[in-house]
Ligand binder design. Sequence first.
Ligand code: AMP
Ligand code: MG
Length: 452
Amino acid sequence: MSSARRSSKLSSPTLPSFDKASALVAAYAAKLARRRPAAERVRLNQALGRVLAEPLRADTDQPLFPRSTRDGFACRVAEACSHRPLVVAGSTRAGQTPSGPLPCGAVWEIMTGAPVPTGADAVIMLEHVEDSDTRAGKSSSKSTRTIRLLPPRTIRKGENIVARAAQARKGEELLSVGASIAAAQIALAASCGITTLKVFLKPRVAILSTGDELVPIHATPGPSQIRNSSSAMLAAMVSAAGGNAWILPIARDTAKSLDAALARATSADLLLITGGVSAGKFDLVEPALIRAGARFHFTGVRIQPGKPLVFGEMPRRSTGLNQNGPRGDQNGAKRCFVFGLPGNPVSSAVTFLLFAAPIVAALAGRSARGTNGALGPLFALARLTKDVKTKTGLTRFLPAACTFAGPTPEVALVPWQGSGDLAAMARANCFLVVPEDADRLPAGSTVRILLS
Ligand code: AMP
Ligand code: MG
């Protein structure tokens, strides 16, 4: 494609809107999420960030016994609410079993986490009783110890007790296939005595940065060069989305260099190329993708930053290794998805979050999060603290800082020097979404933010 043609294409109002392009990507992600990637078994302490390939079930009722959630006294509600002194008939610590049922007219001293004796229907908190021992000092240990619930306090049935199986019944599914494993899921598995988990293999995501101006991060840039910061950034974003990042050497702005790099990169499940997709004379990525057999779903979106974004798929090169491909490679699919991300790092970050992350998550076997049933980016609402003036025609995603100190989240733009400004992006914690038809967002209005 000539750069003149590409240029006219990018200025065309026929480019898909943000909503249209994201719906298209979401449809691909949903289709991908229906297929099950190959799986492996990993130890629990290596399962962080992985995706469950078989359901996790409760090995016993949870809790296995009625459990006190407080230090205090197990009681019968009717007796406790009479406010009469009740004899302390026994004592149970966490890890002990009560020696018998709760006698009538008595209470049972109990510690947090200990089993509640049969007959008791609530636990009075230690802080809510008058204790004969405390009143009389330690010398009273010879006389019968009693406590009474201090009036006017009352207590309800079941208070401070978690009934047996209230959290889960034996055999019940606690986590489904597709659940992402974070600390809470690891704790849940540990509580069921599970030491290994069956998880999906991660998709292999190739990252190919292109550009004659780029040098590797360990090199000192010449007067007109810059370090390849985007590959490192995208590798981190790929990991967070559930993929295995594979950083390729920088490709130059020549057909030969791009063709050679693509020949390697298309063995991945997904390819992220940065740079070379705009309308300049040396933006050679799209023609190289076409030579490699790519079919495009869109070649530009009405957004800023990130307008030249390309999404497509191409024939996948076989690795020629074994049936399951190299370790960490899911294999199976005959196609390699490809995103051509605009070169400026903020543009790469925004377009990754909006469009590539859902595809990585779907390839990783993650099930939809939240209630909207989509693997898509996460948005939230916040109150804008300063006016934003802008132009209509593109949906904008501008680096912003959101604070959560007050009753509502508050957001303001971070000053920035355009989509190469990594320092501004590092000061931001979200992106303010400016709708396509807005030329101004007034201070005090409720706005959408894209969570990063
Ligand atoms: P391009 O989309 O290739 O026109 O790139 C736009 C600009 O983004 C370039 O002029 C560079 O300043 C910057 N850029 C491109 N690739 C990278 C990269 N991998 N890391 C950091 N900056 C980049
Ligand atoms: Mg370039």
